[in-house]
Design a binder for this molecule. Structure first.
Ligand SMILES: Nc1ncnc2c1ncn2[C@@H]1O[C@H](COP(=O)(O)OP(=O)(O)O)[C@@H](O)[C@H]1O
Ligand SMILES: [Mg+2]
Length: 276
């Protein structure tokens, strides 16, 4: 349990990272104002802070969805902050996995196809049969092996988010980025998502997760707080909770876990998170 920080291989290093938005006319918004940060392999970091503090802006730069205005960003030791858009999209496809608050699934496409889709169009696509094997393995990893053929609009919000996690895993990323992944989910379902993240992290996955819920941050190993575009605190989570244990207290993960591994389809309600 001592995966925090020092010692491991460096996955993220930020040096004085800044983002200035030019929003209409001459108005500048300094959304991120000089963040320096190091995240090593096997860490599970919660990024917290009030709305507007710069969390998503920081995540978008780390996720290579947006480029920093100033400062340096090293991913797996390679400077990526200055890369071109096409180079950044290659980095995203090969090394990063994303999970969003709104799931961002295609609602009339099967879970399996949703998982395959990002890799299907990637320059380094592993080929159909290998892709299918990996996608099924990813669905299995999130407890949805029996649901590969279901469409998101036939699934609960928690199940949709698990499909999204499987999709994020299929390219075997070195870093998993999640922006408010439990923001649309009830407490119990949020715990199920945290359980999956903890299992992935225990298996070595590095995870960076934005959340505004202090309860949810307790499942991480390290907690960073942002305010007005800077990091104002950065400390280990001293008493880390186990989502599996908390779920047991909720009266076993019975219906959901047992039902799904048996491939049942009548367990969860439809569309609590709203299929698109
Ligand atoms: N595309 C944009 N253009 C202009 N300003 C933006 C843009 N995105 C975010 N901002 C501003 O940057 C600041 C930080 O926003 P954001 O990173 O979304 O914060 P958080 O995710 O913590 O709520 C806010 O003041 C927000 O209004
Ligand atoms: Mg945000």
């Amino acid at each position: 349990m001592s995966n925090h920080g020092e010692g491991g291989r460096e996955v993220i290093r930020l040096e004085g990272l800044e983002k200035v938005y030019q929003s209409g006319g001459d108005v500048e918004v300094r959304a991120v104002k000089g963040v320096s940060l190091r995240v090593c392999e096997g860490e599970f970091v919660a990024v917290m802070g009030a709305s507007g503090s710069g969390k998503s802006t920081l995540m978008n730069m780390i996720g290579c969805l947006d480029r920093p205005t100033r400062g340096k960003y090293y991913l797996d030791g390679e400077e990526v902050g200055g890369k071109s858009k096409s180079e950044l999209s290659r980095v995203r496809n090969q090394r990063l996995g994303f999970v969003f608050q709104g799931f961002n699934l295609l609602s009339r496409t099967s879970a399996l196809e949703n998982v395959e889709l990002p890799m299907l169009y990637a320059a380094h696509s592993p080929g159909r049969s290998e892709l299918r094997r990996r996608s099924l393995a990813a669905l299995e990893r999130v407890g949805l092996a029996g649901r590969a053929g279901h469409h998101p609009n036939q699934m609960s919000g928690g199940q949709q988010q698990r499909v999204a996690i499987a999709r994020a895993l299929v390219n075997e990323p070195s870093l998993l980025l999640a922006d408010e992944p439990t923001g649309n989910l009830d407490t119990r379902t949020s715990l199920e998502i945290m359980k999956i993240f903890q299992e992935l992290n225990d298996a070595g996955m590095t995870i960076l997760m934005v959340t505004h819920e202090p309860d949810i941050a307790l499942y991480c190993r390290r907690k960073i707080v942002m305010r007005d575009g800077v990091v104002v605190s950065d400390e280990p989570v001293e008493v880390r909770l186990s989502a599996a244990e908390e779920l047991r207290k909720w009266g076993e993960g019975d219906a959901v876990a047992a039902g799904e591994s048996a491939g049942r389809s009548d367990v969860a309600g439809v569309g609590e998170g709203g299929a698109q």
